[in-house]
Design a protein around this ligand. Sequence first.
Ligand code: FES
Ligand code: MG
Length: 590
Amino acid sequence: MTSTHTRRFRSQNWFDNEERIDMTALYLERFMNYGITPEELRSGKPIIGIAQSGSDISPCNRIHLELAQRVRAGIRDAGGIPLEFPLHPIFENCRRPTAAIDRNLAYLGLVEILHGYPIDAVVLTTGCDKTTPAQLMAAATVDIPAIVLSAGPMLDGWLDGELVGSGAAIWKARKQLASGTIDNEKFLQIAAASAPSAGHCNTMGTASTMNALAEALGMSLTGCAAIPAPYRERGQMAYETGRRIVGMAHEDLRPSRILTRDAFLDAIVVNAAIGGSTNAQPHIMAMARHAGVEISPDDWMRHGHDVPLLLNMQPSGEYLGERFHRAGGVPAVMWELEHVGKLHSDRPTVTGRSMRANLQGRATCDCNVIRPYDRPLREAAGFLVLKGNLFDFAIMKTSVISDQFRQRYLQRPGRENVFECRAIVFDGSDDYHARINDPALDIDEDCMLVIRGAGPVGWPGSAEVVNMQPPDALLRRGIQNLPTLGDGRQSGTSDSPSILNASPESAVGGGLAWLRTGDIIRVDLNEGTCDALVGADVIAARKAEGFPAVPPSQTPWQELYRATVGQLETGACMELALPYRGVAARMPRH
Ligand code: FES
Ligand code: MG
């Protein structure tokens, strides 16, 4: 069939294949039953997938059911043919045992769809935490032109004249409930007030972080991430995104050209400047590894640690998503970083221009929300990478260290940034909840709460449980945070300066497996170390006793996940998937 288009698309192997006209007829006929004509499918126009992440059980992304109409309009206006299909749902707050187990499942499903169906390019509809990395991982694996459309955050939540942000308000209210300053009714009111509209979490939790990083990587149109879901600009962005992906299909502008090492290093820098979620660490690692890019633990320190906190948004700062968007969003933060030479912005993006060109004229209009680089909210706000005899790798989010925590643990005379604590060890969160208020544990300010069995294999999926709150008695005395450590994760909306994502996890024999309650743990932030002060002979004897048991898998996927997953340090990837980069180049058989 003749075509006036720039190139022959892979979908034509299905719809315009003279050698297998029998198969072509079968491929074509069923699309007709909702009105698509064979002529459209055989016209040589690119077929654009819309990976639909919204549904009734994916409420953070549900706005995409409406936005898809504007995406379709954009695709049609630019001369493409849209085909919308579902992504495996991921809902952070509701999925048990943890939404993290679904990131690799949604990834796997999307790879199969993009490879096995006649799709030439794809719009990735992102929002809730793992929906962004899952789709970018898949786009990197398949390597067809792909563009991110964020759902956008909910409107700002308000209660009694104060901002109440997703997650952040809950962590605070839980402590108030435990210390007896609010009742159950008030707790529910606070939770409801923090979720006033369609959209994803309105704090700089994992959702806002990962959408900001998708934009920083160059995978969405400029300014896409921060537009609140209900704003008119969100629908307009959906339309422009639909238009642009058609151009990308013609240009064959694929993720492999955009997801470079420079792009990931910039994402690490941006993550520090926005006070991004600790979940960015495994997700950046996973996206980078699926894109064939190597990021080392050292890169987090060398490129990210010294970057100042510029964005004044909860949980590190005061404001929520609407103010971030009005202040200029991700481009305004990147403009600050670009102007002091912190970015590698001579790199391609989905716009077809360089990141530097995208950032032209994008300075902030509100320096209270997005601070100038030389007047930050906090210096050196990136993650601190730690290691020692308990783990090879863990991170600490320094941008959320409170003054109270700093004074109590980090500013002791004569030993700045060094502290020692007595370990209180919990085997998973049930054990924590059962025993945290047990007077026999005698927990005081000199204790560190440790949780194990919370990693990718142990949980399974790696749970957001490391931000353990102190016992009620300590909360009543005004002690808001104890040092915590664990082989799980914590919510991106938490303001706990935990030591987390410890790898290897206890379930695969990491050091936390032999730790015992009462051991002294020494943390030295100057040296980047965390060690239990336990002799080698004692450690050997304890190792001989075996590891703590993990709960059995409850579903087939849990078992498959456990058998294939790596550690948080390296992104909790499905390890056997990594060699499959660029699968679109290998056409599936008829
Ligand atoms: Fe879905 Fe926060 S729970 S974005
Ligand atoms: Mg979360």
